[in-house]
Ligand binder design. Sequence first.
Ligand code: ZN
Length: 427
Amino acid sequence: MKSKVFSADWVLPVAAQPIRNGVVVVADERIVWLGTADEMPAEWAESPVERRSGVLMPGLVNAHTHLQYTHFDEVGRGSFTSFEDWSDAFGLVYDEVTDPSAWRDAALDGARQGIATGTTVFAEIVTNDEARGSLSECRVTGIEYLEAIGEFGNSWRDGGRDTFLARLAASGAVPFGVSPHAPYSLDGAVISDLMQIAAERDLRVHSHVGESAVEADLYRSGVNTVLTAYGDLRDEFELVRKGGVGHTTAEYADSIGLLVPTAHLAHAIYLDRAERDLLRSRGTQVALCPRSNKVIGLDAPPVAAYLTEGHEIAVGTDSLASSPSMDLMADVALLAVLAREQGYTDDDLYRRLVRAATLGGALAMGVADSLGYGSLTVGGPADLAVFDVDVHGDDVERAVVEQAAGRCTLTVSAGRVVHDSSLAPVG
Ligand SMILES: [Zn+2]
């Protein structure tokens, strides 16, 4: 068994207290020991040592990505007034893609950018299956959630369902899941069926909920503004034909079976207290994507409320079609600012946000407990990220939250170095 010692000024296991002058011993794909350098057992004294300044922590878990849209960064550099405004701009560039191999090239670039900023686990939504396989090719992991979007009762019955089942039957290099795009872009019966399909196969689910400011109007009264990007198809949706069902967003999502502990929801901005409580009572986690929300012109996610109300949260970058970069820690830094602006005063803010970017994401994806992602533990996967941050006193988590964006120097996935800034080309 080949072992290697990774050492840093601080080791931050997330599930345990920070360790000053810490080391993590890795053998093959697993962590075999962690603790202080002084206490390291003699059996590893001859192992090669990778010594870094700053903080060594678990590889980040990016709980919401669409890597296939990495080359839509021109859209992401724009600014928009609403989700519907952005959807129109996105639709134009999406329709221009005629060569399906473009999806794979973009997904690989996106994965590399995420890895270079410390991510080793991705909750990756796949709309076009040509984009599958980027995570394994870049030697990281995650779940590829195969997306269904724009299906009505009729289209689902007349081939849509069979096509989706065929996609699920194709084998993938990393585990896959099911992504009903959003409760507004699929008929309720289709989502209920997808939830059944996922449950029968023991698959995780990931969806977009509460991203648009006018989404709730559709569920409540059938107003179809959120469906602008669907053009002539808008009136096909059952909710439009029925004039809504009088539900809030979360009540509607719950009524079609979307709120389960095996699902997590991206954005979750436009949910009130009762709706957030409903999510929590169902064990459904949210993945907040504040920089994407900002580009699109949406309100900030209510991060202070989620923390105060006791949610276990996760964080995602979303794609470069709506976000400046794949650097998850930039979203974490923004969440800290937003939480304070929204009145969150508790000292646990930094600890909880570090957790959101690691263990919180792993829990949302169901890869924490049995597989050990999102924290550093003996026997767990050797997924590590090192950030060259200056720790003042012993406030390790605060240093990571405020400074880690742009400062990843080393990323290790399953014991293998997948990014090393000292080797990376300049620029
Ligand atoms: Zn998304």
